[in-house]
Design a protein around this ligand. Structure first.
Ligand SMILES: Nc1nc2c(ncn2[C@@H]2O[C@H](COP(=O)(O)OP(=O)(O)OP(=O)(O)O)[C@@H](O)[C@H]2O)c(=O)[nH]1
Length: 481
C-alpha cells in the first residue's frame, strides 16, 4: 500500500444521518475508507463530535432528514470545518441549498440517490485531498470559496460571470480570468477580470465570429468551450493570433488553461473558464479536478440564475392565469373580490374614500338569442375593452360573472364615481358592436361607509343595480346607506 493510501485509511470520518439503518449501511459500505468512523444522528451530536475529535472528513447525508435539519444548521457544521473536507449527500429536494452552503466553506457534493461505489470513489478522492495537505490546494479551496460566494450573489447572468472571474483571480499567479459562453453554436466572451490590465474583449473584437476564428483552435478558453475538453497552452506565442500572442507576452502570461463548463445532460458545452497564469504551472490531478468542479459551480450558478428567471416568468404566468378572466382578459371575480377586500382595509386605514361601481348589460340574453353566443362573447370583450379605456390606472375592472362587471375605484367618492359611471354608460352606448345592435348597460354606484364591510358594500351596490334595471335600464343609480 502506498504512503498516501496508508494516510487515507488512517483518516477519521464522521457520518451524519438520522436513520439508524442508513448509518449502519454507510458503515458497511464505506467504513473501510476510514481508520475510525463516528456516526451522528443529529446536528447537535455531530457538532459535539467535531468539537471533541480531530475529524478528517465529514459526510452530511441529507436524505431522510425532516425539518429538524435546516440550511442554517448545516451551514454552521460546514463553517465549523474551517476549510477541511466535507461531503454533502443531497436529497433532490435540498439541492437548492447547495449554493448558499458552498459560501459557508469548501464543500463537495453528490445528489442522491447515490450508489455505494460512487460514494466510495468520492470519499477516496476527498480523503486524498485531506491527506495531501498541500498549501496550493488549500489556496485553491479558498479560491473555490470565493467563487461560491460569487455564485451566491443572485444578480443577472452577466454580473454573476463578472463576479466569478474576479473571484478566480484570487488564485495566486492568475493574471487574467475570463468566462466564455456558448449558445446556439456561437461563442461569446461573457466576462473577464484582469489584475494585469489585459483587455481580451478588445483584442477579440477584431474577430467577427469567435466560433469561426482561427483562435478557437489554439486559445485554451475557446478551445475548451468548443470541444468540451480541458485545454492547456504553455507557450503564449502560439496563441493563434499575433495580436493576442503579443498581448499575452506583454502581461507576462506564461501559461493559459481552459476549463469547459459542461451541460448536465448530453449536449454541447455551456462555455468555458479561461485562466492565464504568470508562470508555467504543473497542475496536479486534484487541482485539475478542483478547477473542473469550479467550472461546474459556475455552470450551476448560471443555470440557477436562468432557472430563477424561468420560475419568475412561470409564477407571473400562473398568477395571471389564476386571476384573469379568459374571455375578456380583465380580472376575474376572485381577483375583484380580493382587491375589494384589500382596498376596503386600505381606505379605512388612510380614511380615504372608496367607491364600487357595478354594471350589467341590458337584455344580454336577447343578444345571445338573436345573434348567437359567439357574437355575445365578442360583445362582452368589447364592453371590457371600452370600459378599461375609460378608467384610470388605479381603478380595477373585474368581470364578476355572466354579463356583470364591477370597478373598484380607490380614492373616489360617490360624486366622482357617479361621473365615472355616466362616462362609461355613454361610452358603451356609443360603441359599435360588430354583428349585433348597439348595447346599453345599467350601472350602480356605492361609496364605502365608515366601518362598512366589503360584503355590505357589494350588497348595497347590487340592490342599486336592480333598481337601475327597474327604472328602465341604460341609467346610473346611486346606492343609499
Ligand atoms: N355569450 C355569452 N353569454 C353569457 C356569458 N355568460 C353569461 N351569458 C349570458 O348572459 C345572459 C345574462 O342574462 P341576465 O343578466 O339574466 O339578463 P339580461 O338578458 O341581461 O337582462 P337584464 O340584465 O335584466 O337587462 C344569460 O343569457 C347568460 O346565458 C358568456 O360568457 N358569453
Amino acid at each position: 500500500m502506498s504512503q498516501q493510501a496508508d494516510a487515507i485509511t488512517q483518516q477519521v470520518g464522521l457520518f451524519l444521518n438520522p436513520v439508524a439503518q442508513r448509518r449502519v449501511d454507510f458503515q458497511a459500505s464505506c467504513g473501510k475508507q476510514f481508520g475510525r468512523l463516528f456516526l451522528a444522528e443529529d446536528a447537535e451530536q455531530a457538532a459535539h463530535i467535531l468539537s471533541q475529535q480531530q475529524i478528517d472528513l465529514l459526510v452530511i447525508d441529507l436524505e431522510h432528514f425532516d425539518r429538524s435539519l435546516d440550511l442554517e444548521t448545516v451551514g454552521a457544521l460546514v463553517r465549523q470545518r474551517n476549510g477541511a473536507p466535507v461531503l454533502l449527500v443531497c436529497a433532490f429536494s435540498t439541492a437548492g441549498w447547495l449554493v448558499e452552503l458552498m459560501a459557508s466553506g469548501p464543500l463537495d457534493y453528490v445528489i442522491g440517490p447515490v450508489r455505494a461505489d460512487e460514494l466510495n470513489q468520492r470519499l477516496a478522492s476527498l480523503a486524498s485531498v485531506a491527506a495531501s495537505g498541500a498549501d496550493e490546494l488549500r489556496r485553491l479551496l479558498a479560491m473555490g470559496s470565493h467563487v461560491q460566494q460569487a455564485v451566491q450573489g443572485g444578480d443577472d447572468q452577466r454580473a454573476l460571470a463578472v463576479r466569478i472571474c474576479a473571484a478566480l483571480c484570487a488564485w495566486p499567479g492568475v493574471v487574467h480570468a475570463a468566462m466564455f459562453e456558448a449558445s446556439a453554436g456561437e461563442l461569446a466572451l461573457s466576462a473577464e477580470h484582469s489584475p494585469s490590465g489585459l483587455d481580451l474583449e478588445r483584442i477579440l473584437a477584431s474577430t467577427d465570429s469567435l466560433s469561426q476564428s482561427s483562435v478557437r483552435h489554439v486559445f485554451p478558453g475557446l478551445l475548451a468551450a468548443f470541444t468540451g475538453e480541458l485545454a492547456l497552452l504553455d507557450a503564449p506565442e502560439k496563441a493563434g493570433d499575433p495580436q493576442l500572442a503579443q498581448a499575452l507576452l506583454g502581461i507576462g502570461a506564461g501559461m493559459a488553461i481552459g476549463v469547459p463548463i459542461l451541460a448536465t445532460g448530453p449536449g454541447a458545452p455551456l462555455g468555458a473558464i479561461s485562466l492565464l497564469f504568470a508562470r508555467a504551472h504543473v497542475f496536479t490531478s486534484d487541482e485539475l479536478a478542483t478547477l473542473s468542479d469550479l467550472a461546474q459551480l459556475a455552470a450551476f450558478g448560471l443555470r440557477l440564475d436562468e432557472m430563477s428567471r424561468d420560475a419568475e416568468q412561470l409564477v407571473a404566468r400562473l398568477t395571471g392565469l389564476a386571476t384573469t378572466d379568459a374571455l375578456t382578459g380583465v380580472a376575474n371575480r376572485r381577483r375583484g373580490e380580493e382587491l375589494l377586500e384589500q382596498e376596503v382595509k386600505r381606505a379605512r386605514r388612510y380614511r380615504a374614500p372608496l367607491a364600487l361601481i357595478a354594471y350589467d348589460i341590458d337584455h344580454f340574453k336577447d343578444i345571445n338569442d338573436r345573434y348567437g353566443h359567439p357574437c355575445g362573447d365578442a360583445a362582452l370583450r368589447i364592453v371590457g375593452e371600452t370600459t378599461q379605456a375609460a378608467l384610470r390606472a388605479s381603478d380595477l375592472l373585474a368581470r364578476s360573472g355572466g354579463d356583470q362587471f364591477q370597478i373598484v375605484a380607490a380614492h373616489t367618492n360617490a360624486i366622482d364615481a357617479l361621473k365615472m359611471a355616466e362616462k362609461i354608460r355613454v361610452a358603451i352606448a356609443g360603441t359599435a358592436f360588430p354583428g349585433c345592435d348597439r348595447l346599453t348597460i345599467s350601472l350602480a354606484v356605492a361609496q364605502l361607509g365608515d366601518q362598512e364591510s366589503a360584503d355590505s358594500l357589494m350588497l348595497r351596490v347590487s340592490a342599486a343595480l336592480a333598481r337601475a334595471k327597474r327604472a328602465g335600464r341604460n341609467c346610473v343609480e346611486l346606492a343609499m346607506r
